[in-house]
Design a protein around this ligand. Structure first.
Ligand code: FAD
Ligand code: DHB
Length: 390
């Protein structure tokens, strides 16, 4: 088997890359370990930056997002029971959209299928070879048959637990990491949202987030232990804790049946460089951010936007400038987003330990600063909606 770009991983990064390349006449094959049903029902991100929305629209896959997604012009921050609204559009002229990651994945899969794209699900034993030569290839098993896929380039879009990153030798790959002493318990409930926009709350019991998916579906997160057993969180405890942490005068939390529950550990992680020979990493395979800034999916989209452009430019003009600067250009955005995600986490979560009281007063001061300074609000707003592409 031969293609121009072998794409490992059929999450949002891999599928979008395949679609963007197709639009410019470049052939690719996507190899995904899980089933299509599994990747399409996995509940994850929900917030799209302005730049992500624009890119999906330009690529002709934004129609359902525009119909069913909900554009938000700001968010609420909360400290104890005091709420503060950050008006993104007023401050930056840009907005965000609330549209589930699994919906983006469904739209991309549907479009790849309609365009005759080659996406193999349930592949196993995948390995990447000879990426420092001009003939890299990927070996994998599909339907019990072993295959070798030869390509000009390999795109490692296989997420944090993938195999591509490990292909870069230890002496070349450098990893920067921070693990947080807490996780997020995420739930999906069939009840209409109790707020017009997201609420990020800092409460003495820990962080809580109210998000949503539609007029009848709400998404919530609660700070918990990183390895919290789900049995510790029966539905009644979840609602009681959400009422406490999100509570504000004159506000009421609407409750309904919980249809999905899961715990996510939190980490900051960057692997450098994002290119090794003809292997290019994109998305979670190269970096993870704590979810507080809603950035992971958006960063994956920005990586593949740049990668698609660089590959297309190489085929069109023979220039490898885009490919040669890919890693450094991506990493500049990655570290801005790393800082923002760490900062959003640090001002909203309970860290515990001997400095807990000191930390909470610093958090209070940060909240007051946001409340009284347009410069502080604008810093949050421009990072949240996404810095313009460079
Ligand atoms: P993935 O989605 O992980 O896709 C990688 C794919 O590769 C997977 O389908 C995997 O099965 C496949 N794969 C792995 N190994 C192999 C292999 N060996 N062979 C073949 N295939 C393989 N981001 C935001 O932007 N906004 C948010 O609001 C947000 N909220 C989040 C909330 C939660 C609870 C979580 C967990 C994440 C959140 N994120 C958010 C992060 C976001 O979901 C990820 O950053 C995003 O999924 C990254 O996309 P990706 O395609 O790089 O990786
Ligand atoms: C959602 C997830 C996030 O990490 C976040 O910061 C905001 C919203 C969500 O799943 O809706």
């Amino acid at each position: 088997m031969r293609t121009q770009v072998a794409i490992v991983g059929g999450g949002p990064a891999g599928l979008l890359l395949s679609h963007l390349l197709h639009l410019q006449g470049v052939d690719s094959v996507v190899l995904e370990r899980r089933s299509q049903e599994y990747v399409q029902q996995r509940v994850r991100a929900g917030v799209l930056e302005q730049g992500t929305m624009d890119l999906l629209r330009e690529a002709g896959v934004g129609e359902r997002m525009d119909r069913e997604g909900d554009v938000h012009n700001g968010v609420h921050l909360q400290f104890d029971d005091e709420r503060l609204h950050i008006p993104f559009t007023e401050l930056t002229g840009r907005a965000i959209s609330v549209y589930g990651q699994q919906e983006v994945v469904k739209d991309l899969n549907e479009r790849r299928r309609a365009d005759g794209g080659k996406v193999y699900f349930e592949v196993s034993d995948l390995s990447v070879h000879d990426v420092t030569t001009e003939q890299p290839h990927v070996r994998f098993t599909h339907d019990g048959v072993e295959h070798e896929l030869r390509a000009d380039f390999v795109a490692g879009c296989d997420g944090f637990h993938g195999v591509c990153r490990e292909t870069i030798p230890d002496g070349i790959r450098k990893v920067y990491e921070r693990v947080y002493p807490f996780g997020w318990l995420g739930i999906l409930a069939t009840v209409g949202p109790s707020s017009d926009e997201l609420i990020y709350a800092n409460h003495a019991n820990g962080f809580a987030l109210h998000s949503m998916r539609s007029a009848t579906l709400s998404r919530f997160y609660l700070q918990c232990e990183p390895d919290e057993p789900l049995e510790q969180w029966p539905d009644e405890r979840i609602w009681a804790e959400l009422r406490t942490r999100l509570g504000a005068p004159g506000w009421k939390l609407e409750e309904g049946p919980i249809v999905d529950k899961g715990v996510t550990a939190m980490r900051s992680f960057v692997a450098e460089p994002m290119r090794y020979g003809r292997l290019f990493l994109a998305g979670d395979s190269a970096h993870i951010v704590p979810p507080t800034g809603a950035k992971g999916l958006n960063l994956a989209v920005s990586d593949v936007d740049r990668l698609a452009e660089s590959i297309v430019d190489f085929y069109r003009t023979g220039s490898s400038t885009g490919l040669d600067t890919y890693s450094a250009a991506c990493l500049e955005r990655v570290w801005r987003v790393q800082h923002f995600s760490w900062w959003m986490t640090s001002i909203t979560h309970r860290f515990g330990g001997p400095d807990a009281e000191f930390d909470r007063r610093l958090q209070r001061s940060q909240f007051d600063y946001l409340r009284t300074s347009k410069a502080a609000e604008t810093t949050l707003a421009e990072n949240y909606v996404g810095m313009p592409k460079r």
